[in-house]
Design a binder for this molecule. Structure first.
Ligand SMILES: Cc1cc2nc3c(=O)[nH]c(=O)nc-3n(C[C@H](O)[C@H](O)[C@H](O)COP(=O)(O)O)c2cc1C
Length: 219
């Protein structure tokens, strides 16, 4: 167990890594990464997540092709817009890290009936009078936590990883390729592999700008 200050330094050393070597990632290492993912907290411990861990090269190519095809379609439309120049090749960020990755993880979540809303209803009340967990997409939040746990375990293994929303542009195609069907929904894609080079540190807003301290003396 790392002491607090060391843990903070370690958390700060995580990067979104987008360039990877061609060295495969052993299945045992990925098994630990996925064990790490499922340690995450979730609403009423529902664990509303599933993950497709794609190590197979042919399936990875199909996923990358699906995303790059959709990006090209999007780009052709944006070319006609006044934002064409500022958009540039931005869409390439949606698939390039996946193309270099040795493993692609597709996280998925599903919604469940809102427990508290149902209890209120069963007591004769109107659930709309109360703000309950479904209003904050609790299952998506839980799955995001599992994704962060996955990224941290990957970091601890010396792997590089990048969580990506961009590949959702090919949601229908990827869900079909992997047999993902309702009630499950893809939540982006994670590129994973052994890192090449040092990924740049991206700045953070200062903590005082994003934290509202409610200390005793402010009462
Ligand atoms: C929900 C989410 C979506 C993201 N989508 C993409 C993406 O589509 N492509 C990409 O290259 N990076 C993506 N990122 C990575 C962010 O760009 C990155 O986390 C951010 O720039 C901070 O850098 P760092 O993770 O190295 O600290 C995404 C991150 C999150 C959490």
């Amino acid at each position: 167990m790392k002491p607090g200050p060391e843990m903070l330094e370690w958390l700060r050393s995580r990067r979104s890594v987008r360039t990877f070597s061609a060295e495969p990632v052993p299945r045992e290492v990925m098994e630990r990464v996925m064990e790490g993912a499922i340690t995450a907290p979730s609403n009423t411990n529902r664990q509303p997540w599933k993950f497709a861990v794609v190590r197979d090269a042919a399936m990875r190519s199909r996923i990358v092709n699906a995303v790059s095809t959709r990006v090209a379609e999007m780009k052709a439309i944006i070319q006609n817009s006044r934002h064409a120049e500022s958009y540039g090749d931005y869409g390439d960020f949606f698939f390039e890290p996946l193309g270099a990755a040795q493993v692609i993880v597709i996280p998925q979540y599903r919604e469940y009936p809102d427990l508290i809303a149902n209890l209120i209803e069963s007591g004769g009340g109107d659930p709309k009078q109360f703000t309950t967990a479904s209003s904050m997409q609790a299952e998506l939040c839980s799955t995001s936590m599992a994704i962060m746990s996955l990224l941290l375990q990957a970091h601890a293994e010396g792997l590089g990883a990048c969580m990506m929303a961009g590949p959702i542009v090919a949601k229908t195609e990827i869900q079909t390729l992997l047999g993902i069907a309702e009630p499950w929904r893809m939540v982006g894609a994670i590129a994973i592999g052994w890192p090449i080079g040092d990924a740049p540190a991206r700045g953070r807003k200062p903590v005082d700008r994003v934290v509202q301290w409610i200390d005793e003396e402010t009462r």
